[in-house]
Write a protein that binds this ligand. Structure first.
Ligand code: G4P
Length: 308
């Protein structure tokens, strides 16, 4: 399996974001707590240069708590303000207000010295597809109504959601495309479903996930499917197909169907709290606020083969 693409409409979305960011004080970036590195697009470090930065580890309900603590510490050391959230239930969402105030303290102080008082902080949400941007905005803005389902590249007049007297949120999230040259990163993005499944081989993808789970989370599959985990991924998939009675017309096992169960269960957190990467795995390749960021791949719109 080879992952490499950059849909044309993302170039337009990036340009729009560049425009929007000009009037923004703080960029709130959502990452998936199950893969806080791979779900973070390094472009944003460039786009949001000189802005206050917050990283929200969303979907923290599905991530391994110990590893989430490592990631929180990791990004804080890089100079980001961080918080753990579960946008689906709203847990941790309220506290984001305080984090915004902390992240903008210097700006507020500067404003005050220049005699600018009571100007609300302007915030923007960004993140790759499926990371939970719409869900977070709905939860964060509460009763303040939010339009969801905004498509990248669709330019409307800027609309602001007044969260309180101190903070205004741009109602359209900035959508970033996952970016990588490391195929392992592409694989993880596919595991969480941020890449259109149509262009992937689900069985191959599920086998990779099973291989990871057997090694890093032994017992997770056995717990879910009530079977015995085997030494390798293909044999384990056979056990899952048997247990779930995934059968084709001729009576043969339907491994694609079983693969679908595994991917779906992982994406919905039914295999338990699982995190796919830890900070040590990516040392040397990370992005940072210290000006040493490196791009993970060349941007190449001509390689566009699919969109989310
Ligand atoms: P996006 O705007 O960034 O593309 O993502 P969106 O909000 O549409 O969320 C993508 C999926 O992730 C949704 O599930 C949403 O419910 C789920 N989600 C968002 N935040 C969290 C979280 O903190 N925890 C968990 N467990 N799930 C979260 P869906 O299956 O597409 O729809 P549905 O289940 O809401 O019907």
């Amino acid at each position: 399996m080879h992952f490499q693409w950059y849909p044309g409409h993302m170039t337009k979305a990036r340009r729009q974001m560049q425009e929007d960011i000009k009037v923004i004080d703080v960029v709130i970036e959502l990452v998936d707590a199950r893969m806080p590195y791979s779900s973070k697009n390094p472009d944003i470090d460039d786009l949001a240069r000189n802005k206050s930065r917050i990283i929200l580890l969303n979907k923290s309900d599905m991530a391994d708590q110990e590893k989430t603590a490592l990631w929180k510490n990791y990004y804080e050391k890089k100079g980001f303000f961080t918080a753990l959230v579960n946008s689906k239930t709203g847990s941790g969402v309220k506290a984001v207000n305080d984090v915004i105030q902390k992240a903008c303290r210097e700006k507020l102080e500067r404003d005050r010295k220049r005699g600018i008082l009571n100007r609300p902080i302007r915030a923007m949400i960004v993140g790759i597809p499926n990371v939970g941007k719409s869900t977070f905005i709905n939860s964060f803005a509460g009763k303040a109504c939010t339009k969801t389902g905004n498509k990248p590249g669709v330019t409307k007049g800027k609309q602001w959601i007044k969260l309180n007297k101190n903070v205004e949120l741009l109602d359209t999230p900035g959508i970033l495309w996952p970016k990588f040259e490391d195929q392992a990163v592409g694989m993880r993005i596919a595991f969480i479903g941020s890449i259109n499944d149509d262009i992937l081989n689900p069985r191959e993808l599920a086998l990779k996930l099973i291989e990871f789970l057997l090694k890093e989370y032994p017992g997770a599959l056995a717990g879910r499917y009530g079977m015995e985990e085997r030494e390798n991924a293909p044999d384990t998939l056979i056990e899952i197909a048997k247990k779930r009675a995934c059968l084709l017309k001729g009576g043969e096992y339907d491994y694609d169907k079983a693969a679908g169960f595994v991917l779906d269960d992982f994406r919905n957190g039914r295999l338990g709290r699982i995190t796919l990467e830890i900070p040590e795995m990516i040392s040397g390749a990370e992005t940072a606020l210290d000006g040493k960021e490196q791009n993970r791949t060349e941007e190449n719109p001509s390689e566009a083969v699919s969109e989310p």
